[in-house]
Ligand binder design. Structure first.
Ligand code: FE2
Length: 277
């Protein structure tokens, strides 16, 4: 699979690109079924670590900081009562699973090593490709929280290159169930904020521009199951809460260029080396 010159230009000028029918419906179902199996198998072992983009409190938790090269489970705020009991069915309370399904789980490993992903990575400027992070995102009906506007390079920083995001719709993503939204922006868009992890495992942010995002310029990207949306590390994006009755499962994968050193003060670290594609 080759991106056309027009598609590459669109990506660098707008920070995103939509590619329909990347995965077949069967592949999407295979990944969704695999996740249900993992949840069933791991139910008793999963800590009820609540994940919320509003507080960033999760960042302080060791479970989160250790998840870079593991399969860890994160829940929606409000998934449990004060005693830690589930308010909803367990499997319907999950926010996401991160951040190494692509390395540790055979099904996700297989689909994350699709030769087309490598080809696109090279075409969009990465010379030595590292698969630094993956996430399975649930966006549950009724409880799937809003994700605030951000740039991925805030979290996965590169000194001389930006992370390249692959966002795969495993179900139809609609306006109602909280599809991805982007503020079209060129790849030269400055980084607004960077997240750091210091040697004491403390998380902090540096702000480079405190002006709010021009969210009135944001456009929703409703897409069909199987669609891939490519995201440049500098493109601001977000998604609204899912107020519908349908889930919006997605799988994301982030590529970095390993020809330049991966920063030791990024939050996400691998005990061994970052897997290469
Ligand atoms: Fe993101």
């Amino acid at each position: 699979m080759q991106l056309s010159t027009q598609q590459c230009d669109f990506f660098f000028n707008n920070g995103y690109l939509v590619l329909q029918d990347f995965y077949t419906s069967e592949v999407c179902d295979q990944m969704r079924e695999r996740i249900q199996l993992l949840i069933q198998e791991q139910h008793e072992h999963i800590p009820k670590t609540i994940f919320s983009t509003h507080t960033n409190e999760h960042s302080k938790k060791k479970y989160f900081l250790d998840s870079g090269d593991k399969i860890h489970y994160f829940f929606e705020a409000g998934a449990f009562d004060e005693q830690g009991a589930c308010i909803r069915p367990f499997a319907d309370s999950m926010n996401k699973i991160g951040h190494a399904l692509h390395e540790l789980d055979p099904v996700f490993k297989h689909h994350s090593r699709d030769h087309r992903i490598k080809g696109i990575g090279h075409q969009l400027g990465l010379s030595s490709i590292g698969l630094v992070q993956s996430m399975y995102i649930f966006k549950q009906p009724g409880i799937g929280a809003e994700v605030l506007c951000h740039q991925d390079s805030t979290y996965i920083f590169g000194q001389d290159s930006d992370a390249l995001g692959f966002w795969f719709a495993l179900e139809d993503a609609t306006i109602e169930n909280g599809c991805l939204e982007v503020i079209p922006s060129p790849h030269t868009t400055p980084l607004k904020q960077r997240m750091f992890r210091n040697e004491q495992d403390e998380i902090y942010f540096e702000d480079y521009d405190k002006a709010p995002w021009p969210e009135e310029l944001s456009i929703p990207l409703p897409v069909k199951k199987g669609t891939l949306i490519l995201l440049h590390g500098r493109v601001p994006h977000k998604s609204k809460a899912n107020t519908s009755t349908k889930s919006r499962h997605a799988y994301t994968l982030h590529l970095v260029d390993l020809s330049t050193p991966y920063p030791k003060n990024n939050w996400l670290q691998w005990s061994n080396s970052i897997p290469q594609l």
